[in-house]
Unconditional design. Structure first.
Length: 227
């Protein structure tokens, strides 16, 4: 039996085909239901309106990211970046469908507004996670980092939608490393190569490194040498 997520994805695919071929406004719920091979009542058991179909994948992704960020991660900053990479990878797997959605959304102002709200939900998820994982972080630092990661992801994703060489997962990974570097939260490339056994720990940080990250790294070093 197909899962709810699979069912919603099937309906979304049928709807996007219609939106692309016929236009968003002329396409009715009845048209979508017929194309997906379901009844009108079945449609409304899963979606409140036809605009909800456009963002069905986002709803599933937000649930997946919520589960991913509900567990402990050794580096919370990296975990947020990895969550963004997960979203990109999902859309990359269904690139053609994602491109159709992009063009439909760009053509309808109301959908662009809805997309802005959806983006804010990702940012809120990321910033809330950082505040839980790094109790000493300021609210503004969490919001800034979440916004930077989300904006970087969306830029590279937009490049993928336009078939630009810059729209790749590898490029996103590099750009998110740059974000971490800007915020001063990128640890040494090879911590294992650092000499062990000293009782003295010297730490040098960028003046912009959040205090919560400084405390986290120092504690990590102390824990690593406690044995």
């Amino acid at each position: 039996m197909a899962s709810v997520a699979d069912f919603r994805s099937k309906v979304a695919e049928a709807a996007l085909e219609l939106f692309t071929d016929t236009g968003y406004d002329p396409t009715s719920v009845d048209d979508i239901a017929q194309a997906a091979g379901i009844s009108r009542s079945t449609f409304f058991r899963q979606f409140r309106a036809k605009e909800d179909v456009i963002f069905a994948d986002h709803e599933a992704l937000l649930e997946e990211l919520t589960a991913y960020l509900s567990v402990s991660h050794p580096d919370p900053w990296a975990a947020v970046c990895q969550a963004a990479e997960l979203v990109f990878a999902k859309f990359s797997e269904r690139r053609k469908l994602a491109q159709k959605r992009y063009h439909v959304v760009q053509a309808v102002p109301a959908l662009r507004d809805r997309e802005t709200i959806m983006v804010s939900r990702y940012e809120r998820l990321f910033s809330d996670y950082l505040r839980r994982a790094l109790p000493g972080i300021s609210t503004l630092d969490a919001i800034r980092f979440a916004a930077a990661v989300t904006s970087t992801h969306n830029y590279v994703l937009r490049e993928m939608m336009l078939d630009s060489p810059a729209g790749s997962l590898q490029n996103l990974e590099q750009e998110l490393l740059a974000v971490r570097r800007i915020f001063g939260v990128l640890p040494p490339e090879d911590p294992a190569s650092m000499p062990a056994g000293d009782d003295l720990v010297v730490a040098v940080f960028s003046r912009w490194t959040p205090t919560a990250e400084i405390a986290r790294r120092i504690q990590s070093e102390l824990d690593g040498h406690s044995a």
